[in-house]
Write a protein that binds this ligand. Sequence first.
Ligand SMILES: [Zn+2]
Length: 200
Amino acid sequence: MNTLWGILGGGFLAYLLSRKKDESPPAPSPASVPAPPAPGMRPLTLDDYVRGCEAEAPSGSLDKATLAGFRALTPYVYLIWQVVRGEAHVRGWYRPPACNARRGGASRSRHLAGYAVDMDFTPAQTAALVDKLQSLGAIDSRKRVIAPSRWGDFVRSSLGIDENVGLKIYASGNIHIDIGCPPGTPLCDPRTSDWLVVDV
Ligand SMILES: [Zn+2]
């Protein structure tokens, strides 16, 4: 198993290295999503993107602006899958306002613009992510947050993307990640710093 993941990890690393930091991302369009997954991992789909909000946002109805969040966050999801050595169920991602209200989301939730994603982790996956944060020095041996930017630095260097990141980890296995939005993104405030919540 370790060898298999070593091979998959190598492929994923090659994929990451193939990304150019200064390369501007292609304009989002329904025909060009998502980014390619790491070898052996399932591709994320628009069904993941609208999960729980299918009534308000059928996947076939999404316009380019709405799909921008899907394109932007997909590499982060694949990176976290790599860290925890396995895929995770996507619980929710893009929530148009009506769906966000129905589900009791925060009024300024980054899910509104599709720049946040929730996943369900197994206990082993949660432990792997906690181990990673400890190895990075982002949290201490008692799981207290001491340096959120260590996580952000790891993500930026791994993806070659200059963006601040947020991460919440709950003992229930619910994982929330979000990133800043480009200026002018509807329903999304620009992010100013990395942040990290670990409640396990
Ligand atoms: Zn969330």
